[in-house]
Design a binder for this molecule. Structure first.
Ligand SMILES: O=C(O)COP(=O)(O)O
Ligand SMILES: [Mg+2]
Length: 227
C-alpha cells in the first residue's frame, strides 16, 4: 500500500514568515514611494505570492502599476527576501515534533505553497527541515497553483503519495478551497495569515497548536474522506 501523506502549506502554517515577508514587501514598495504596509494589510495581501502582494498593496493605495514597474518591484522583493533567508522566520511551536511523529509512523511529508519554489526550498533548508520532505512544490513548480487542486494532487504524486491517502494542513481559505476541490480532507491552523477566522471556510478540523495534529486525527480524517 502507498504510504499516507501529509501536505503542508508553508507561510503561516509551518513557518512564521510574516516579519520577513513584510520587510521585503515594504522594501520593494518604498522604491515606488508607496506607504509601508502594516500587519493587518499583510494578512489581506498574502496568499498568492509576491507578485500579488505587490499588486494588492498598489490597489489599496489607489496606485496604478505598469507591467515593467511590477516586474522591477517583484525583483526587488525577491532579491531582498532571498538575501535575508531565514531572517526572523521560525517553525511554529510543535512543528518539529509533529514532523517526527508522522515520519516515525511511516507518513510521507510534502509542502505545497504559493511562494516561489526556490525561496521555499532555501527557507526549509536554512531551517534544517528539508530532509523530511519528499516534495516541495511552489507556485512556479507546475503550470497551476493553489487554489487549483492540481497543485495539491501533483505535489502528492511528486512525493510518491496517493491523493486517496492524503491530508492537507493550511492556514488560509486558499488552502481549504484547494483541498476541498481535490476531495482531500484539510486541517486548518488558526494562527496563520487570514483576515477572517479559518472556521468560516469550513475545514475538516481546526487546530490551535501542532500538538493537536495527532496520528489519530490524521487517520480519522483520511479514513472518513475515503468513506
Ligand atoms: O507567500 C504567499 O503569498 C503564500 O504562501 P503559502 O501558500 O505558503 O501560504
Ligand atoms: Mg499560508
Amino acid at each position: 500500500m502507498t504510504r499516507p501523506i501529509i501536505v503542508f502549506d508553508l507561510d503561516g502554517t509551518l513557518v512564521d514568515t510574516a516579519p520577513d515577508l513584510l520587510d521585503s514587501l515594504n522594501h520593494s514598495l518604498a522604491a515606488s514611494e508607496l506607504a509601508a504596509v502594516d500587519e493587518a494589510g499583510f494578512k489581506r495581501y498574502v496568499g498568492h505570492g509576491g507578485r500579488v502582494m505587490i499588486e494588492r498593496a498598489h490597489a489599496a493605495q489607489r496606485r496604478s502599476l505598469a507591467v515593467e514597474e511590477h516586474d522591477r518591484l517583484l525583483k526587488l522583493f525577491l532579491d531582498h527576501y532571498t538575501d535575508n533567508i531565514p531572517g526572523k522566520s521560525r517553525p511554529y511551536p510543535g512543528v518539529v515534533e509533529a514532523i517526527a511523529r508522522f515520519e516515525k509512523a511511516g507518513y510521507l511529508l510534502a509542502v505545497c505553497t504559493n511562494k516561489y519554489e526556490a525561496n521555499s526550498v532555501a527557507l526549509i533548508e536554512a531551517l534544517g527541515l528539508a530532509k523530511h520532505f519528499s516534495a516541495i512544490a511552489g507556485q512556479d513548480t507546475f503550470a497551476f497553483r493553489k487554489p487549483d487542486p492540481r497543485h495539491l494532487t501533483e505535489t502528492i504524486r511528486l512525493a510518491g503519495g496517493d491523493p486517496h491517502g492524503a491530508l492537507m494542513v493550511g492556514d488560509s481559505q486558499t488552502d481549504i478551497d484547494t483541498a476541498k476541490a481535490a476531495g482531500i480532507p484539510v486541517v486548518a491552523v488558526d494562527f496563520g495569515y487570514t483576515e477572517r477566522h479559518v472556521r468560516e471556510f469550513e475545514p475538516s478540523a481546526v487546530i490551535s497548536h501542532f500538538d493537536a495534529l495527532t496520528l489519530d486525527l490524521a487517520e480519522r480524517l483520511i479514513a472518513a474522506a475515503e468513506g
